[in-house]
Design a protein around this ligand. Structure first.
Ligand code: ADP
Length: 491
């Protein structure tokens, strides 16, 4: 077979990356370019859609040049992307009518509060699996249509296209206006049960049907692009967190991944069953594959690796993030010190937006090492809280936690995580799990990999962290954490 590689386009919030993977799922070459962030007002965040496209295209060309590969060597392109970020463009010219409104942007908070005041939040939750929040795309589309001359009329006449970033890149690559179920499930206007745009919710937000992309499976040949010089099928679209779950080969029921970045993102595969959380987690579509749709529960930790940045930049206790590991290892435990980094409130399962951080259990003997260790442990405690919430919501038990992200380089953190969960924590060899997921899905759609078993067999473990604590020790640690949480709460 002449095809040697799959090309993953990984369009993130601050940079666009292109990665070539070979048939063993190994990275052959990477190219990355940052692009400009726009902050037109406090709390507002925008990107220039053309800037996104150009940075993505240039990295794709660069990665081919680096690997001395030609389009004939590429079996397929897979796209994974920052989720929820919203673009509206002219169907004919392809020109954006407004900047992309980024997931972080809070400009539609008022609209969301109105929806809540009208008592519609439960209906949105039931149909979309999401809580009503400015984070998701629906109110961002509404805002764009209301803030340009005649845009809503033009949308109703079918002259405009809405899309999340996957959809925007697909359009630029192929001229096709589509998205995948995983991205659609982050818009707050997509019914995750019947997999259709939801006409009732569209009415609530006054968004015309004509503007919407066609929603399709994540692993699917959407079209062909010739922008790199020869024809290549575009064969997957998938949101970044779901892609990481797939890139971790977490294909089975109750398999779970945690990405340890600035915040932490946990997703648990709930199979073909959407599980409605009773504890504020999101229900989302993981992926569409082989005529089936798989769901996930999603929970996040607001301050994950960011607590290590705070030790470094705020307290100046460590010189680098990686130093946190050796400093924490100077002591064998935290001597009863707990840090709850509720810098922006507490998320799942506590949901207290007014809570603020604290350090408890200080004695005269508390040292820098105890504080650093407690900060590291706080990442593991918060993640364990989300895992336990998922187990409660699904009445299931996670067999193991697969991990990635910058802070997953920290062995002490991962050992603590395993100890707190009482389950193994598994770090894969490829840390670029997000790009790998999109590559796997594109490779499956085009026969580059025959099936999921083939993928599972090339997925390789770097290290497994086995739990080492007795149940009593775990209980004591968790009781201390719960006590610290209690003191953190605003009421
Ligand atoms: P993001 O994608 O959110 O920017 P990354 O996956 O690049 O994040 O991870 C960066 C985060 O991980 C930072 O918050 C940093 O403090 C933390 N981090 C990086 N290396 C380590 C380490 N060795 N130990 C603990 N935390 C780390």
């Amino acid at each position: 077979m002449s095809k040697k590689f799959v090309l993953a386009l990984d369009q993130g919030t601050t940079s666009s990356r292109s990665i070539l993977f070979n048939q063993e799922g190994k990275i052959v070459a990477v190219a990355q370019r940052e692009f400009k962030q726009h902050y037109p007002q406090p709390g507002w965040v925008e990107h220039d859609p053309m800037g996104i496209w150009e940075s993505q295209l240039s990295t794709a060309k660069e990665v081919l040049a680096k690997a001395k590969a030609s389009p004939a060597d590429i079996a397929a392109i897979g796209i994974t992307n920052q989720r929820e970020t919203t673009v509206v463009w002219d169907r004919k010219t392809g020109a954006p009518v407004y900047n992309a409104i980024v997931w972080q942007c809070r400009r539609t908070t008022d609209t969301c509060e109105k929806i809540q005041a009208q008592g519609l939040a439960a209906e949105f939750k039931r149909r979309t699996g999401l809580v009503v929040d400015a984070y998701f795309s629906g109110t961002k589309v509404k805002w764009i249509l209301e803030h340009g001359n005649g845009l809503r009329d033009r949308a109703a006449r079918g002259e405009l296209c809405f899309g999340t970033i996957d959809s925007w890149l697909l359009y630029k690559l192929t001229g096709v206006h589509a998205t995948d179920y995983s991205n659609a499930s982050r818009t707050m206007i997509f019914n995750i049960h019947d997999r259709q745009w939801d006409s009732t919710l569209l009415k609530h937000l006054d968004i015309p049907q004509e503007i919407l992309p066609q929603a399709m499976p994540s692993s699917y040949v959407y079209g062909t692009t010739s922008v790199l010089g020869g024809d290549i099928p575009v064969a997957s679209l998938i949101g970044d967190q779901q892609s990481a779950l797939f890139g971790q080969a977490a294909f089975n029921l109750n398999e779970c991944k945690n990405t340890y970045g600035t915040g932490c993102f946990l997703l648990m595969n709930t199979g073909e069953r959407p599980v409605e959380s009773k504890n504020g987690l999101l229900t989302t579509i993981a992926w569409g594959l082989d005529d089936k749709v798989y769901y996930a529960l999603e929970g996040s930790v607001f301050v994950g690796g960011a607590v290590i940045q705070w030790l470094r930049d705020g307290l100046k206790l460590i010189a680098s993030a990686s130093e946190s590991e050796s400093v924490a290892q100077e002591v064998s435990d935290t001597a009863g010190v707990y840090i709850v980094p509720a810098f922006v409130g507490l998320g799942a399962p506590y949901w207290d937006m007014r809570a603020r951080g604290l350090i408890t259990g200080l004695t005269r003997g508390a040292s820098r090492a105890h504080i650093v260790r407690a900060a590291l442990e706080s990442i593991a405690f918060q993640s364990a809280d989300v895992v336990r919430t998922m187990e409660t919501d699904t009445s299931g038990r996670i067999p193991q936690l697969r991990v990635d992200g910058g802070a997953a380089a920290n062995n002490l953190l991962l050992q603590t995580q395993a100890d707190l969960l009482g389950s193994p924590v598994v770090r894969g060899q490829t840390l670029e799990t997000t790009a790998l997921g999109a590559a796997f899905l594109a490779g499956l759609a085009t026969g580059f990999w025959p099936n999921q078993d083939a993928i599972r067999s090339i997925w390789q473990v770097d290290r497994i962290f086995e739990p080492s604590w007795t149940p009593e020790k775990r209980q004591t640690a968790l009781a201390g954490w719960e006590d610290a949480i209690r003191r953190t709460k605003s009421m």
